[in-house]
Structures are given as structure tokens and as C-alpha cells.
Write a new protein. Structure first.
Length: 553
């Protein structure tokens, strides 16, 4: 799905950015960490990174021209993909919104009220101090469409430390992944918004950078109060558009490695470790210096921490318990950002979308036999879930109403099929998205799914890889679950819950035979999908599963 790239907020005083040079042109292929353009702000000339993969479909601002903060400057998507609707849906610029607000605001009833308001405004203006230009306020960026705040996992710079513009200041846990925040400022770190473990709201003050020894106390209250005002503006902008991209964030998979107090050798050499591995090591009391990494370039990753924390693998046995020593107790586990958002989104989905459920049983023997034959020649191992993704994608092309979203004042029927496949990880549930699944072979789906699942488990998924779903599958069959109902994953209209395949006696032509039977449950949003529509979709899906050769035609 096409993604819009907007002019990011690169400094606390920035209102617009001037395109100095485009480093990519329409038709060029880009990956998430490519530099699209150089932008001149009121502070410096900086680089814009798309954080999505695809082809440049549109460039909206010419070199030498300026774009307001949050204005669309480019669109990236699949080659020849339609993108004009994104330009039509673009929100008004901040200036236009301010003018509209001024026109719609209530007028005073008297000259006295107007004079009093003007006097109050001047009084506030007098109280405000002019901030030194050399002070740079680093704010919490918006890293996903559902993010409201970020949790500081680890400060990589401490107050007083020298920083340059590409230094990583902190590791931040969002509702989706752990990311690195770059300050894009030079000087000394003068202020940290919260300690490690604390949370900062989107656009809240994360840090302040400036000349070493600068006394920021005279300006701190003003900076923090302005931050709260800008937070409200950012929340409004977020509601207008969920596709704006952060420019001051480096995703964890990139080659830049961070240096932390807990991960430094005595010679200040950097230890290569993922943020998730660092957090797990800290929780388990493990010293990263004593561990060897099995990731790329010797990077310490999740499985290395799990292996180190498992000890020598003592065997299980019977134990006797002294009841006289038994005590009551409990452990309160703080909510992670991901768990908070899961709770919020699913609560909203359950109580706002009127759910109803359709159940069907499908015979799996033909699919299991077909999978065995396919895997004998396939370059990548095909799973049952891969085949269910393909069958669902093909079924959705025949039932557009199921491949839809409720948008409040309209229903959007998607012409593309992006299948979300729910994955359970330690921090909660995340849904990687297999894009254009209806156009991919089983081998392509399996390859894409395996890569996305591995990224999900190691905290490396990028926003473009867990957004844009039009339908979701939640499969608990591999965990021995017979059947269950799932809560719809917004913005989808439906979610398919998959149970296990069980040898079951059934009657065929008057004879009792044993067949492998799988139970499927389709949760539907009744605002979008009626019972008959959902039933026809399941009937088509059943045909594909029981006659898998249809998927290969």
C-alpha cells in the first residue's frame, strides 16, 4: 500500500523545510534507510529517510521550494500503484487550520472583553523568555499510528556527555518495537526528560542539547509548557493523518550500533547487541561482556540471552514441599507499551464493532497431501498457515465486502489483499502483514512470512511491515487449540480464527471414516459484513482448502 512521506518536524522552532536536493527521483526504487532528500531547516541542512520500501510514485515539492511541517513531499509504494486518492485526502496545512480556527472562534461581546483579552495576551508574551538559538529541544517522535507515548529503555547519553548530530541518545520502547532516537543536535546533553523506565508522550520533551555548561533552569518551565501545548497539536495532527513518518528515529535493524553504560568494555569498545537482548540481559542479571553473539557480525540477540539464561539445563524431578514455609505473595508486572496498546485497541474493537461469529469445519486431508507433495519440490518449506493465507487471499478477491474497513461515514472496499498473520511474542501480540498475498505463490508467501516472523520475534519489524492489513488470520492450531473466537483487528472487518486439525470419525456415503477436520471461526463486524456475506466467503474458503489444486490454477 502506498505510503505518504511528510515534511518532518526537525527542530522545536521549525515551521517549514526547503528542499535543497532530491537524491531520488520518480520511478527510483528505495529501501527504508535510503536518503530521499536534503532539507534546509531554520537550524541546519538535514536528511530525510522514508522508513518504507518501494518505488517513488510522486514528488510534490521541487528543489528550492519549501514545504510546511506535515505537508506531503513524496509518496512511496508499489510500481504503477494508484496514489492520487492520498493527495485528495491530504489534511490542510497547519496555517490553514489556524486560520479556520480563528474564523470559527467565538467573538468577544464587547470592546472591554477584547481589550482585556489583548492585555492578557501581551502579559503572557512579556512573561515568555526568548530561548537561546543554540539550545535544541529533542522531542519524542511519533513512531507508529497507534503510539501515544514512548518508554525509555536505556539512556545511551548522560547529562554532561558530548553529542554530535548522529549520536543515538536513547532506546525507546513503543507499542510495536524498540527503536533508537537520534537527537540531530550538537553540544552537550543538558537535560533528560525522564529517567530510564519512564515514559514521554509523543512530542513531549525528551532531552535538551546545547553548549556545555549552559544553565537551562531559567528556560525549563517555558520549554516544558510549550511541549504540552505542542502535544495537543500533535495529537490533532495524528488524528488527521496516521501516515506521517518520523525523521529523527533510527530503526534497530540498521547498522548503527549504540553504546551504553551497561554494554561498554573497559576500553570503550562497543558491544554489539540488540535492544531486546540488552533489556533481557538486564532483567536476568547477565553481563553482555561474557556472552558471544550468534547474530550478524557477532551481534548478541534474543536467542543468545535465552541460552545463557537457561543455565546448565537441570532435569525436572519430584520435590517435597514444607507447607509450614508456604507464604502468600504476588508480583505486579508493569504494562509494556505494546500491552497497553493491545488492551486499548482490542477493547475499542470489541465494544465499538458489533461482532458476530460464523463457524465451519473443513476436511484437511487433501491439503495435507498437497502440502507434502509441494514441499518435495519447493525451495522453501510451506506451512499449513502459508496455505491458509493463500486460500484466504484468493477468497477475498471474490468477496470484496469481507476485504473492507469501517471508516465511520463510509465503508472502504480494498482492491488489494494484505493478510495480517498474528504472532505471539514475549511482549504481547503483533501482526506482521504479507502484502499482496493474492498475487504471490505459496513459496513467496512462505518466504515473506518466515522473514516477518523472525523480525517480529527479535523486535526488528518496521512500521510498514505491521500496518496496512485488510484481513487477519490468528492460528492457534499448532498450540493444540480445537477452536476459538478472535477479536477483530482494526481496521479489518473480519478476522479468521484457526484451530487444530484433528482426526475425526465422520459419515461419508453412509460409512464411518476418519478424516482430518479443522474448525474455523470468522469474526465479523456487522456494520460492514452481513451473515450471508460472511457465509459465502467461508464457503469459498472451504472449497480452496478442500481442493488445494484450485490455488495453483
Amino acid at each position: 500500500m502506498a505510503e505518504v512521506i511528510r515534511m518532518p518536524l526537525l527542530s522545536d522552532t521549525m515551521k517549514e523545510g526547503k528542499i535543497v536536493q532530491w537524491l531520488k527521483k520518480v520511478g527510483d526504487e528505495v529501501v527504508s534507510d535510503d536518503v530521499l532528500a536534503e532539507v534546509q531547516t531554520d537550524k541546519a541542512t538535514m536528511e530525510i529517510v522514508p522508513y518504507v520500501d518501494g518505488t517513488i510514485l510522486h514528488i510534490g515539492i521541487a528543489e528550492g521550494e519549501a514545504a510546511a511541517v506535515n505537508q506531503i513531499i513524496a509518496i512511496v509504494g508499489e510500481k504503477d500503484e494508484e496514489f492520487e486518492s492520498l493527495l485528495e485526502d491530504a489534511p490542510a496545512s497547519s496555517d490553514e487550520n489556524n486560520e479556520a480556527s480563528a474564523e470559527n472562534s467565538p467573538k468577544g461581546n464587547s470592546k472591554e472583553e477584547s481589550a482585556a483579552t489583548e492585555a492578557k495576551t501581551k502579559e503572557v508574551e512579556v512573561e515568555k523568555k526568548e530561548l537561546p538559538e543554540e539550545l535544541e529541544v529533542v522531542r519524542m517522535p511519533l513512531l507508529s499510528d497507534t503510539m501515544k507515548e514512548g518508554k525509555i529503555v536505556n539512556w545511551l547519553k548522560q547529562v554532561g556527555d558530548a553529542v554530535v548530530d548522529d549520536d543515538v541518545l536513547a532506546e525507546v520502547e513503543t507499542d510495536k518495537a524498540t527503536m533508537e532516537v537520534i537527537g540531530y543536535a550538537e553540544g552537550a546533553l543538558l537535560y533528560q526528560g525522564v529517567e530510564a523506565g519512564g515514559k514521554v508522550a509523543v512530542n513531549g520533551v525528551l532531552a535538551i542539547v546545547g553548549p556545555e555548561g549552559t544553565d537551562i533552569k531559567p528556560y525549563l518551565d517555558q520549554i516544558l509548557s510549550e511541549g504540552s501545548e505542542e502535544k495537543e497539536e500533535a495529537e490533532a495532527a495524528k488524528q488527521e493523518s496516521s501516515t506521517s513518518k518520523p525523521a529523527a528515529v533510527a530503526p534497530q535493524p540498521k547498522s548503527t550500533e549504540s553504546k551504553s553504560a551497561s554494554a561498554e568494555t573497559s576500553s570503550n569498545e562497543r558491544i554489539k547487541a540488540s535492544p531486546l537482548a540488552k533489556k533481557m540481559a538486564q532483567d536476568k542479571g547477565l553481563d553482555l561482556q561474557n556472552l558471544s553473539g550468534t547474530g550478524d557480525g557477532g551481534r548478541i540477540i534474543k536467542r543468545d540471552i535465552e541460552k545463557a539464561g537457561s543455565g546448565s539445563g537441570s532435569s525436572l524431578g519430584l520435590a517435597s514441599f514444607d507447607l509450614s514455609t508456604a507464604k502468600e505473595g504476588h508480583t505486579d508486572i508493569p504494562l509494556s507499551q505494546m500491552r497497553e496498546v493491545i488492551a486499548q485497541k482490542l477493547s475499542e474493537s470489541k465494544f465499538q464493532a458489533p461482532h458476530f461469529y460464523l463457524k465451519i469445519s473443513v476436511q484437511m486431508d487433501n491439503l495435507l497431501n498437497a502440502r507434502k507433495q509441494i514441499n518435495s519440490v519447493s525451495p522453501v518449506k510451506i506451512s499449513i498457515n502459508d496455505m491458509l493465507i493463500k486460500a484466504s487471499a484468493l477468497s477475498l478477491t471474490k468477496h470484496a465486502a469481507v476485504n473492507s474497513s469501517w471508516l465511520g461515514d463510509k465503508i472502504r472496499q480494498n482492491h488489494h489483499v494484505h493478510i495480517g498473520s498474528a504472532v505471539a511474542i514475549d511482549e504481547g501480540l503483533i501482526v506482521p502483514v504479507i502484502k499482496h498475498a493474492s498475487h504471490k505463490t505459496l513459496a513467496q508467501i512462505a518466504s515473506d512470512a518466515n522473514e516477518l516472523y523472525e523480525k517480529a520475534k527479535t523486535g526488528k519489524l518496521q512500521p510498514a511491515e505491521f500496518t496496512g492489513n485488510t484481513f487477519t488470520i490468528s492460528n492457534l492450531g499448532m498450540m493444540g487449540i480445537d477452536d476459538f473466537t478472535a477479536i477483530i483487528n482494526p481496521p479489518d472487518a473480519c478476522i479468521l480464527a484457526v484451530g487444530r486439525s484433528v482426526p475425526t470419525p465422520v459419515v461419508v456415503d453412509g460409512q464411518i471414516v476418519v478424516q482430518n477436520i479443522m474448525r474455523l471461526t470468522l469474526s465479523c463486524d456487522h456494520r460492514v459484513v452481513d451473515g450471508a456475506v460472511g457465509a459465502r466467503f467461508l464457503s469459498t474458503l472451504k472449497d480452496y482448502i478442500e481442493n488445494p489444486v484450485l490455488m495453483l490454477i
